[in-house]
Design a protein around this ligand. Structure first.
Ligand code: DC
Length: 227
């Protein structure tokens, strides 16, 4: 049976993971957060004290790193050399390192291999519609203004009890957008057949509804449905 996959790409803080999780729940799909895999690799390099500019050292270290994902009660967990690091990878420091090291081919090759979809998935990242799942029938490019994304990220960090500085987050987001969009390999860009959704002035429910509508328009019918 063919899979029906949904690819969600977009810049940092666009709400991809929150929205993709809700859509996955609604459709009974598996949610795959590819950013978490890049973050796990980044944590490895941070712990090892590798400078993100050291391309050769990063390439050499890749075979030492084992990233796996598993699901517990439907929630994705990321293991780094067997250690569950799901809770440790959500900092800005790890996010920035992930953005830096994701530009290197040995890192991307290792993780893209892990991202081969075996069932109906909704997968989010930067290169899902363009490189990882180019044949996905539904592709969404989710974005929002830098200001809106920075405020969302700021609130998210505060809710998790972490310290945050709004101006710093805004600057981080701008730098990350630039790096992710201008790197040589698999840069972030809207796939030609992706639907653009600017969520700057949309509620979460509106975005989820809009994606479900797009998925239906692209031909997805729930099992047992009579649409
Ligand atoms: O979505 P995120 O913030 O967790 O991603 C962290 C970084 O990982 C992002 O800035 C770029 C990189 N990334 C990537 O290059 N390709 C992906 N498919 C997902 C993330």
């Amino acid at each position: 049976m063919n899979h029906f996959n949904i690819a969600v790409d977009g810049p940092a803080g666009a709400g991809k993971s929150t929205i993709a999780k809700l859509v996955a729940k609604e459709l009974g799909f598996v949610y795959v957060d590819t950013g978490a895999m890049y973050r796990a690799m980044a944590l490895y390099f941070l712990r090892k004290g590798v400078d993100p500019k050291e391309a050769e050292e990063i390439g050499r270290s890749c075979p030492e790193v084992d990233v796996t994902i598993r699901y517990q009660e439907g929630v994705q967990q990321v293991l780094l050399n067997g250690e569950d690091v799901s809770g440790l990878i959500r900092t800005e420091e790890v996010g920035n390192m992930a953005s830096a090291v994701s530009g290197y081919m040995p890192v991307r090759e290792k993780l893209v291999e892990l991202q081969k979809a075996k069932e109906n998935v909704i997968m989010d990242g930067r290169d899902i519609g363009t490189c990882v799942l180019p044949d996905a029938p539904a592709k969404i490019y989710l974005t929002a203004s830098v200001e809106v994304r920075a405020v969302r990220r700021y609130k998210e960090l505060l809710e998790k009890g972490m310290e945050a500085d709004l101006k710093e987050i805004e600057k981080d987001i701008e730098d990350r957008d630039y790096r992710d969009m201008h790197r040589e390999h698999s840069p972030l860009k809207q796939a030609e057949d992706a639907v653009l959704l600017d969520t700057s002035s949309m509620t979460l429910d509106q975005v989820v509804e809009e994606i479900l509508k797009i998925v239906r328009e692209k031909g997805y019918k729930a099992a047992g449905g009579c649409a």
